[in-house]
Design a protein around this ligand. Structure first.
Ligand code: FES
Ligand code: FES
Length: 880
């Protein structure tokens, strides 16, 4: 009998996958948390984590894995850092417990975190801070090695390790720089009805802006904040163009609605590194119009010509008389003035905020633990749900112990969903206990033999199939016949999990005539559509509130977790909070597609690349999510980065072979670029070596007419001291890639231990040209994070499949990069007036190939398969 909710933990762990088990009466336990005494009536073997979160509602302490491997749940117990998911409540009795909320606001670590602008999504940060605070209280001046060792068990999926190290060094040095305080306070995500919408007697000439008589300029952000900094960058654009004083700006998260649809996509969606690119123009135009209306309102008030009035830092001044009025004083009059259709925009030279590294507005709340993620939502009278899902693709339930589940104290209802069964209960512990009591028996499913080996065999076999031509230029066959050197290589990349540090979750309340959803979503339009389908309600009856997202990376473009919560709420008529466990999250993902690429290149007698033939086997994401975008059988996401490479090669053919296997695939940070950049940039390196040319020079030759990628390559090479000698066993590798409108080049420096194949990446230099830099420090942070994300995939990640389903379950068998393997990262942003490019994703693609190329330079081992685990590298070293 398959028990999908159980797994074997491969290391000793006192509490594994344990759920709250409320006992009757006899277990009233006294706790001291943050100096306050609490009495809780909970079984003593319940993990402290869930008591802190679900009973005491101190939600700064986060759930990330439940098995002691991520550190998100770190608290102090009698001054020691402990994983609260691993501490039975009984062991905490009589101890002094401190959570992130109890660490003083002026604690040097909290201040250091703000000063260095550490958080991105922020979900792991309370755990990081608690761990750092404990470490620094034990040792006031720990060595670098000690810092890394001490912090290594706290994982950050956003890759904030470089900043964590800097923040800790800053704390150690007792930096005198002072704290970059946000002047604006918290971002208000408007988690209750009506709060998020502009209202009242203010001036709201566009859905993104509200100016009220209290002189507050509220910017309503229609994009999700998942660590990429939109809740600061978008308000910066508005504030700059409207000429507001930054001190008077407030930020609210928009509700889901027509008016907040992305102007290019026609959907309210955050993805594709488009938030700034798509919103920059519309926000500026709307803000310029508002500014002109305020100026006109002032001119009317003073009965003077408009030309004698000017806006400056939240006021309009009459230049002749020196009189001035605030935006708050002018807003009601401005509201009566027609909106100018073509307001003049500020010149770039007049920008005051755009182009400046502004402290992020979401950082303080992410540091003090008050930021509300989806997991942290509490609604009065809500119930909890847990869902049993098929353990393998195509399996069906044969039997279940429904009655046993219904008998669990606190269980309210067992709900049949399509091929899944939900248990709804008063408490989280009862829901999870009820789910375990179901003891579902599943059939073998349609693909019992599916595993990593069978999948790879199918992918490789597809290389023999004829595909669709995705790019065809010149005559590759003829050129290959002329080539004096022909080389060929096959690259194999695995399925990858998103592994957002905050597992999927949703809170929903379906009533007869209305529905509310609280969700960490990247796709409000998708959520609205899901609600419509599940409830049949009209758009005006649906309210969707977006919380902070504990990482997105494309996973939260899906609404599967919302749909489950909706169904259970509909069946019970109650507000439902659904929390996926890490295991459920990892086993029910829409994975980054595995791919298999065979590339052939032809070099002429002068060492020039004259032919390029790339055959790519990949599943299709778009055929599921946006089938209308699949034209002539080509999935644009599958071939991106392969068809769009900038190298000028006279004869190119890119062929796409779609493969259909049961593993569901979805958008994963940098999508097709994440795998195609590896194949393309690794093969370019192979060609350079075959042509006996320097890999940098070889690339520059192929980019003669492309100044932007040339420039990022040249700057990266210069900053990384390309060409300078390194010790034996060390090497540099270079790669560049164009994605999401931006050019990024990276040079990796690695060492390879030829005895055990261990690769150590100790430095990565990154150069980005993303057009005008709106908030440069955020760009730097996202490049750092993208590099860590890409490096994690390069060195560690691979989804394991067995018996027709996903065997990867948690961070013990789906490893992500820890701090100890994070390199020093140096980011350079080149000045550019080119069109705005994205920054959330473009840092990822060049990392894996630059590291693989560096491994070749260091050890002569050509890595053509990821992840490059030591055994993989060792095998190649032995072969060659
Ligand atoms: S270590 Fe406790 S939740 Fe991950
Ligand atoms: S900031 Fe660490 S997981 Fe996002």
């Amino acid at each position: 009998m398959v028990q999908p909710q159980k797994f074997n933990v491969e290391y000793s762990s006192p509490i594994t996958y344990n759920y709250l088990t409320r006992s009757k009466g006899a277990n009233v336990i006294s706790l001291e948390v943050n100096g306050k005494h609490h009495k809780v009536n909970v079984s003593p073997d319940v993990p402290l984590l869930w008591v802190i979160r679900e009973y005491l509602k101190l939600t700064g302490t986060k759930y990330g894995c439940g098995i002691g491997m991520c550190g998100s749940c770190t608290v102090h117990i009698d001054g020691q850092a402990r994983r609260s998911c691993q501490v039975p409540l009984g062991d905490a009795r009589g101890k002094r417990i401190t959570t992130i909320e109890g660490l003083p606001e002026d604690h040097p670590v909290k201040k250091g975190w703000i000063e260095e602008q550490v958080p991105q999504c922020g979900y792991c940060q309370p755990g990081q801070i608690m761990q750092a605070a404990a470490l620094l209280s034990e040792e006031s001046n720990p060595s670098e090695e000690r810092i890394i060792k001490g912090m290594d068990g706290v994982l950050c999926r956003c890759g904030t390790y470089p900043r964590i190290k800097r923040a800790m060094r800053g704390v150690i040095k007792e930096s005198k720089k002072g704290i970059s305080k946000s002047p604006l306070g918290a971002v208000d995500w408007g988690l209750t009805v009506g709060k998020a919408s502009p209202s009242g007697d203010g001036f709201s000439p566009s859905p993104w802006l509200l100016i009220t008589p209290d002189n507050i300029v509220t910017v309503i952000v229609g994009k999700s904040e998942m660590g990429q900094g939109v809740s600061t960058s978008l308000p910066m654009i508005v504030a700059d163009e409207i000429e507001a004083d930054w001190e008077q700006v407030r930020v609210k998260m928009a509700p889901a609605g027509e008016e907040y649809k992305d102007p290019v996509w026609g959907m309210q969606t955050t993805g594709g590194s488009t938030s700034i690119r798509h919103m920059f123009g519309p926000l500026r135009k709307a803000s310029a119009a508002a500014r002109e209306m305020l100026v006109s309102a002032a001119a009317q008030t003073w009965t003077v010509p408009v030309l004698e009035c000017e806006a400056y830092r939240g006021r309009v001044r009459h230049t002749e008389s020196g009189r001035s009025l605030s935006y708050g004083q002018l807003c009601q009059k401005a509201a009566k003035i027609p909106i100018p259709p073509n307001p003049p925009l500020k010149k770039k030279s007049q920008f005051g905020l755009i182009g400046t590294s502004m402290p992020r507005l979401d950082v303080p709340d992410k540091v003090n633990g008050s930021a509300i993620f989806g997991m942290d939502v509490f609604i009065p009278d809500m119930l909890y749900a847990a869902v049993v899902r098929p353990p393998a693709y195509g399996t069906k339930a044969i039997s279940s112990h429904r009655k046993a589940a219904e008998k669990v104290p606190g269980v309210r209802k067992v709900v049949d969903l399509n091929r899944r069964i939900a248990v709804c209960a008063d408490t989280l512990d009862a829901a999870w206990k009820g789910r375990d009591a179901l003891q579902v028996t599943w059939d073998k499913g349609a693909h019992p033999h599916l595993n990593n080996d069978t999948l790879e065999e199918i992918f490789v076999r597809h290389l023999d199939k004829r595909g669709k031509s995705a790019r065809n230029h010149g005559n590759v066959n003829r050129a290959m016949n002329r080539a004096v050197q022909k080389i060929e290589a096959t690259y194999i990349l695995p399925y990858l999990s998103h592994a957002t540090m905050e597992p999927m979750n949703c809170t929903a309340h379906v009533r007869e005539d209305t529905c509310e959803v609280w969700a960490p979503t990247q796709d409000q339009s998708g959520v609205l559509q899901t609600v419509k389908e599940v409830t049949g309600l009209k758009p005006e009856q649906i309210h969707v509130y977006t919380t902070y997202l504990g990482g997105g990376f494309g996973r939260r473009l899906e609404s599967d977790f919302v749909e489950e919560a909706l169904h259970v709420s509909k069946a019970t008529g109650k507000p439902i909070k659904l929390i996926w466990t890490r295991e459920e999250d990892m086993q029910n993902d829409f994975y980054r597609p595995a791919t298999c690429s065979k590339i052939q290149g032809g070099i002429d007698g002068k060492g020039r690349l004259i032919a390029w033939a790339h055959k790519l086997v990949a599943p299709s994401i778009f055929s599921r999510v946006y089938p209308q975008m699949v034209t002539d059988g080509i999935d644009p996401a599958a071939v991106e980065g392969a068809v769009g490479m900038k190298y000028e090669i006279p004869n190119i053919h890119v062929e796409y072979v779609r493969i259909d296997v049961p593993v569901p695939v979805g958008f994963w940070r940098s999508v097709g670029h994440s795998h195609n950049a590896f194949s393309v940039e690794s093969f370019v390196d192979e060609l350079a070596h075959a042509a006996r040319k320097d890999p940098l020079e070889f690339r520059l030759d192929l980019l003669k007419n492309h100044p932007r990628p040339r420039r990022v390559l040249e700057v990266a090479a210069e900053k990384a001291l390309w060409g300078k000698s390194l010790p034996k066993g060390h090497g540099r590798g270079i790669a560049q890639h164009f994605s999401f409108g931006s050019y990024v080049a990276q040079v990796a420096e690695v060492s390879v231990n030829e005895k055990d194949g261990k690769v150590r990446v100790y430095r990565i230099v990154c150069v980005v040209d993303c057009g005008p830099a709106i908030n440069p420090d955020t760009i730097t942070a996202l490049m750092e994070g993208g590099i860590i994300f890409g490096l994690s995939a390069a060195l560690k990640e691979r989804v394991h499949f067995a018996r027709g389903g996903v065997a990867s379950a948690n961070f013990h068998n789906y490893e992500i990069l820890p701090m100890s393997q994070a390199p020093e990262i140096e980011v350079h942003i080149v000045k550019s007036d080119a069109k705005l490019g994205g920054v959330g994703e473009p840092g990822v693609p060049p990392t894996a190939p630059s590291v693989a190329n560096a491994v070749f330079a260091a050890a002569g081992a050509r890595v053509r398969r990821l992840p490059m685990k030591p055994e993989t590298v060792m095998g190649i070293i032995k072969e060659e």
